[in-house]
Structures are given as structure tokens and as C-alpha cells.
Design a protein around this ligand. Structure first.
Ligand SMILES: [Cu+2]
Length: 157
């Protein structure tokens, strides 16, 4: 009886140690990996993401910089991607100074011409998502930016 109890206690102790040695801690507080995507184009001509494919890994913290280098506003919309990550914050800068941090669940981001928004997140689900697009309508062609080429793929491994 005594032996069995001792064995049971040892097993619990071992499980506890095992569990602790594999704990990853606060994943949202790692050093962020910086990734950039440029939102480019010209009204009436073409609109696109550069690069148009982004790759991430689960469990790592990313700082994705959405950089609008064009004369038009742009959306970064991928429902499948936003459902596969944990958002730590959205950071908005002006003249290289932080002006706001937005926290909570984020579904899409719109960036105005010549501005940068940072999306800080940790991917939690793997997949290949081909639903990245921009819904803005071009003022000259009356087509959406998506129709004019502004589409992309996000891969989480
Ligand atoms: Cu656009």
C-alpha cells in the first residue's frame, strides 16, 4: 500500500516536472520578427502587394509592417488569416513616433497613402490562405483593386 502511494506520488511529480519543462511561457512577449509588405500601385493603372506571398510560423511573434507607398488607400483583408492568429496589438506611428496601439481581435486593416501600420501577432493555426485582397474601388477604372491585381497568399507553417 505504502509502495503504491509512493509510486503514485512519483508519477505525479514526474508529470509535473515534464509539463513545466515544456511550457513556452508568454508567446506574445518574444522578440518580434519584422516582416514588411508594400501596398503599391497607381490609380487607373494597377494595384498590388509586394511581396504577394507572406510566410509565417506558428508560435512566433511577428511585427508585420503594412507600408502604403501609393497614391491610394488600401485594405489588407484575409479572413482566414485573421482567424488563424492571436493579435497582440496594432501599432500606429506618425513621423517615426508611436501615436496609438489598438488591442483586440482584428479582421482587416486599411492604410492611407504614405503611412505605415504595424500588426503584431502570433500565428496559432497552419494553412495556406489565398483570400488576401483589397476591396477599394479604383476611381478611374471603377474596378476593385482586387480585380486589378491586388491579391495575395498567406502561408502559416
Ligand atoms: Cu488597394
Amino acid at each position: 500500500m505504502y509502495k503504491a502511494t509512493l509510486l503514485g506520488l512519483s508519477a505525479i511529480f514526474l508529470l509535473f516536472t515534464f509539463h513545466n519543462s515544456f511550457a513556452k511561457g508568454d508567446l506574445s512577449r518574444q522578440k518580434a520578427i519584422e516582416v514588411e509588405i508594400n501596398l503599391k500601385g497607381k490609380t487607373g493603372k494597377v494595384h498590388f502587394y509586394e511581396p504577394s506571398t507572406l510566410k509565417f510560423e506558428t508560435g512566433k511573434l511577428y511585427k508585420l509592417k503594412l507600408i502604403n507607398l501609393s497614391d491610394s488607400k488600401h485594405y489588407f483583408t484575409s479572413e482566414k488569416f485573421s482567424n488563424s492568429i492571436f493579435t497582440r496589438k496594432i501599432q500606429i506611428n506618425k513621423n517615426n513616433e508611436k501615436i496609438a496601439e489598438v488591442k483586440g481581435i482584428i479582421k482587416e486593416i486599411e492604410v492611407f497613402p504614405n503611412n505605415i501600420v504595424e500588426w503584431w501577432f502570433v500565428p496559432i493555426k497552419t494553412g495556406e490562405f489565398k483570400d488576401l485582397f483589397c476591396k477599394i474601388e479604383d476611381k478611374k477604372t471603377r474596378q476593385t483593386h482586387k480585380q486589378m491585381g491586388m491579391r495575395g497568399t498567406i502561408i502559416i507553417e
